[in-house]
Design a protein around this ligand. Structure first.
Ligand code: 4AD
Length: 454
C-alpha cells in the first residue's frame, strides 16, 4: 500500500481556533478544533466518523477519502488527541449529531495516540467495573459523559450559590482550614501536627463567620470541611464542600425563610443556564422544583410521625423524644412525605453547644435541619447563643475549655446581637438534584474512609 501523507491546502482560508461550545456561531467558516476522540466509527474504506470531545461539548467530524487512509487514521484509537480543520455545517433533516451539525474535515493531525486493545481505557474501567476500580481510575472515569456531566452541574451550582449570596448582599469570606477549636464535637476531628502543636482540619467555618458579622455584616463561605466519620454511608465524606452563611439581627423565622429562599433561588439560577439544565434533566428526567412554602415540622412531631408510621429502630422499639433520629428513619420519613422538610427545634442535649434555646421551652433549641427526599439532611442550622453567661454555661456543660474559644466568646462581650446561620453540604445538594445514589459521585476525587487517592 502506498503511504498517504496529508498536507494542508494552502489555498484554503486560515482556520479560526474554536472550542466546541462555540460551534453553532462558527458554522460555515473554516475552523480548527482540538480535542479527544470520544467515539469512533469507520464506514468502509472512504469514510470515518469521529465524535470529538474538548470539555465544552461534543462535535461530530467526518473524514473522507485520503483523510481516513493515513497511518494515523488507520491506527486511530479512542481517547487519542487530535486537531481537526474544516467547516461545520448543519445536518440535513433526518440525521442526528450533537448540536445538529458536523464538521467536514479537510485536514487533521494526531497529537497523542492512546493505547488500544487490552490497554484501552474501556478495558481497564467501564460501567460494569467494581466500585473500587472506578475510584482507583477516577482520573479516567472523569472522561465519561455522566461523570463529567455531574462535575459541570457542580460548577454551575457553586456559581449559583455565589450569585445568590451576592444578589442578597452577602460578602464572601475564606476562613482558614487549619484550626485549633472544634465546632461539631471532638469525635470527628482530624488531628494534625502543626509545628509541634495540636491542630485540626476544620469541621465548619461557622465560628469564624460569626466573628465577621460586626465588620462585614451578613457573610458566607464555600469552603472545605473535614469529618473523620466512622460511618461508611452513601452520604458521608471525609472532606466535603460546605456552603455556610451567617446573618445578624434576624429571628428564627427569618432564618428558616432565608434557607428556603436560598434553596429555591439556587435551583432557579442553576436551571436558567440552558446547558446545565439539559444535563440535569438528562441525569434526572423527573426533576421537579420543590413547591413553596416548604413543610415546617418540629422534632417532637417527627418522633410522633415515626411512631404513627411504624418506623422503628433495628431492635424493634420506637424512637423517643430526646433521641437523635439517625439516617435510616430520617430517610424513611422524608421519602414518605416526599417534599422538603424544615425540621425544627431539636432538644439541646443532641445538638451543638452554640445553639440558642427556644424562649418558649428552654429544653429545645432554635435549630433546623433541611431534609430532602432521596438524601435526607442537606442543611443544618440554628440561632446562636448571644448571651455571654449562657455561652460560658454551654462550654461548661459540654466539657469544653473556653480558653481557645476566647475570640468566639468576645463576640458576646463587644456588642452582642441575635444571629444565626446554617451550613449546606454541596455534595448532598447535588446528589438530591441529580437523584444520585451516593454523594461520592459528585466529587472530583472523593475522600472517604480508607481513600485519599488519587
Ligand atoms: O449539621 P452540620 O454538622 O452543621 C454544621 O457544621 C454547622 N456548624 C453549620 C452552620 O450552622 N454553619 O453540617 C452541615 C451540613 C449537613 O447538613 C450536611 O449537608 C453536610 O454539612 N455534612 C456532610 N456532608 C458530607 N459528608 C459529611 N461527613 C458531612 N457532614 C455534614
Amino acid at each position: 500500500a502506498k503511504k498517504v501523507v496529508l498536507k494542508e491546502d494552502p489555498s484554503l482560508p486560515i482556520a479560526t481556533k474554536i472550542k466546541i461550545r462555540n460551534g453553532v456561531d462558527n458554522r460555515g467558516k473554516r475552523v480548527k478544533v482540538s480535542g479527544w476522540v470520544h467515539r469512533l466509527r469507520v464506514q468502509g474504506k472512504n469514510m470515518m466518523f469521529v465524535i470529538l470531545r474538548d470539555g465544552t461539548g461534543y462535535l461530530q467530524c467526518v473524514l473522507t477519502d485520503n483523510l481516513c487512509q493515513t497511518y494515523d487514521a488507520l491506527t486511530l484509537t479512542l481517547e487519542s488527541t487530535i486537531i481537526v480543520y474544516g467547516v461545520i455545517n448543519e445536518l440535513p433533516a433526518g440525521k442526528t449529531a450533537p448540536d445538529n451539525h458536523e464538521l467536514t474535515v479537510d485536514y487533521w493531525e494526531c497529537i497523542g495516540k492512546a493505547p488500544g486493545g487490552d490497554d484501552a481505557i474501556s478495558n481497564k474501567v467501564n460501567e460494569n467495573s467494581d466500585p473500587s476500580v472506578k475510584y482507583d481510575l477516577r482520573h479516567l472515569v472523569l472522561r465519561e459523559e455522566r461523570a463529567s456531566g455531574i462535575l459541570k452541574v457542580r460548577s454551575q451550582v457553586l456559581k449559583a450559590f455565589r450569585d445568590h449570596f451576592d444578589s442578597r448582599g452577602f460578602y464572601e469570606v475564606t476562613p482558614p482550614c487549619m484550626v485549633q477549636t472544634s465546632v461539631e464535637g471532638g469525635s470527628t476531628l482530624f488531628e494534625l501536627n502543626y509545628y509541634n502543636e495540636k491542630a485540626y482540619l476544620t469541621q465548619s467555618s461557622q465560628l469564624y463567620l460569626e466573628t465577621c458579622l460586626p465588620s462585614l455584616g451578613d457573610v458566607y463561605c464555600l469552603a472545605e470541611s473535614f469529618r473523620a466519620e466512622k460511618s461508611h454511608t452513601r452520604r458521608h465524606l471525609s472532606e466535603y464542600t460546605h456552603c455556610e452563611a451567617e446573618m445578624a439581627f434576624i429571628s428564627f423565622d427569618d432564618l428558616l425563610d432565608q434557607i428556603e429562599d436560598m434553596i429555591c433561588d439556587v435551583i432557579d439560577r442553576t436551571l436558567a443556564h440552558k446547558p446545565t439544565a439539559d444535563i440535569v434533566y438528562k441525569l434526572n428526567p423527573d426533576f421537579k422544583r420543590p413547591e413553596r412554602p416548604f413543610m415546617r415540622m418540629d422534632y417532637s412531631d417527627a418522633i410522633k410521625y415515626l411512631k404513627d408510621n411504624d418506623i422503628k429502630k433495628e431492635d424493634g422499639t420506637f424512637y423517643e423524644v430526646g433521641e437523635d433520629i439517625p439516617e435510616a428513619p430520617e430517610r424513611a420519613m422524608t421519602d414518605k412525605i416526599n417534599r422538603p422538610i424544615l425540621l425544627c427545634r431539636f432538644p439541646a442535649e443532641i445538638k451543638a453547644f452554640y445553639m440558642k434555646r427556644c424562649p418558649e421551652n428552654r429544653a429545645l433549641t432554635e435549630s433546623v435541619d433541611v431534609l430532602m427526599p432521596g438524601v435526607g439532611e442537606i442543611v443544618g442550622g440554628s440561632m446562636r447563643i448571644s448571651d455571654l453567661e449562657e455561652l460560658m454555661a454551654a462550654y461548661k456543660r459540654e466539657g469544653l475549655d473556653p480558653s481557645p474559644y476566647y475570640w468566639f466568646t468576645d463576640q458576646r462581650k463587644f456588642g452582642t446581637s441575635e444571629h444565626g446561620g446554617f451550613g449546606l453540604g454541596i455534595e448532598r445538594y447535588i446528589a438530591w438534584m441529580l437523584n444520585l445514589y451516593t454523594v461520592r459521585d459528585t466529587c472530583l476525587y472523593p475522600r472517604f474512609t480508607g481513600r485519599a487517592f488519587p
